[in-house]
Design a protein around this ligand. Sequence first.
Ligand code: BGC
Length: 401
Amino acid sequence: MKKIISAVLALTVVAGVAFAGGAKDTSNVALNKDKPLVFFNRQPSDPTTGAIDMASMNWNAKTYYVGFDAAGGGAVQGKLITDYLAAADAAVIDRNGDGTIAYVLCIGDVGHNDSKARTEGIRRALGTWNGSTDPTVKKEGSVTVGGKTFKVVELEGKAMTGTDGSTWNANAATEAMGNWATKFGRQIDLVVSNNDGMAMGCLQASNFPAGVPIFGYDANADAIEAIGAGKLSGTVSQNVDAQAAGTLQVIRNLLDGLTGADVYSKGFTAADQYGNKITATVEYKADQKGLFALNGPVNAANWKQYTAGTRDAGIKQSTAAKKKVLLTIYNSADNFLSSSYLPALYYYAPLMGIDLTVVQGDGQNEASCLDKFTNFNNFDAFAINMVKTNSGRDYTDKLKY
Ligand code: BGC
């Protein structure tokens, strides 16, 4: 009897619920291991092969990933660049007139699926893809510039790891660009970056070769402004609003007890019970348990559409019951997450009755996030952006108890 009483007491303490008059009711108490868990932006996967970590994705029936179509985005970025070159003046682009278009590449994080997909998309478009995302493996390609065919060489590709070990580092890009400009001089005809943070970093180099086309990815506000000012040639929108709203919508659906296809269709392809529906297309892929937003090219022709903000009018204030969500961000200094994703989350969360608690890491040590991934009984659901894409288990292990 003593054992039973202490077991009931332990459960009550775990759930953090006290009932008036000492009565105990554990029937509606969710255990942490049964709560919704949504990974976003950094897909649980093998940093080397890119294979999806389905063990983490199958942690419980309420585990999902929300991101964007990385392979499709790589192709959009590649086409953005080749379209630009096709319409350009060859005499201006080939700066030293050697008949070769030479470019440098800011890779970002070699162990991140988004980064891998962009490197592949760019190299495929320019013909330098050699079947590997290894920065050192590439081949000579070809491209059309202003009606003429040119050889293409990738002079150098660099991951851009900061002195603190963080990835996608803009300062590292400034430094690398400075070195490239000194080392390669007028050989450089094109600069390509797998994100806007690093592209803007390149533009900060005091010896950036003025007028050389430069492309980023993300459509952060400062990059859009730079396109308007003629400094950046193009970027790709990964539709941050659809992703941020989508992350919260999946959580909302799971918290409302939806199951099966309702989890990824309510609020996406059909209105949810509150009348909310994300306007952009977000595709569900069952084999990855993931929802993926589509990408769009942004350049001098359409950048204005992105200046007024892209908040989705399909998400309106609802009467949804307040729920508490603990959300991690791998690096408080990441340009995309801090300047684009977080503001979008903060915009949509209150409209969906979600009370967000955000904890942020240093982009280098998983512990910087994991140590703050705690007090689970205070939360109804979890959203995770890991430092390393293969750390899913470190988070799910903590939810076991
Ligand atoms: C973005 C990068 C960002 C990274 C963080 C990517 O999808 O394009 O800018 O640094 O996510 O995980």
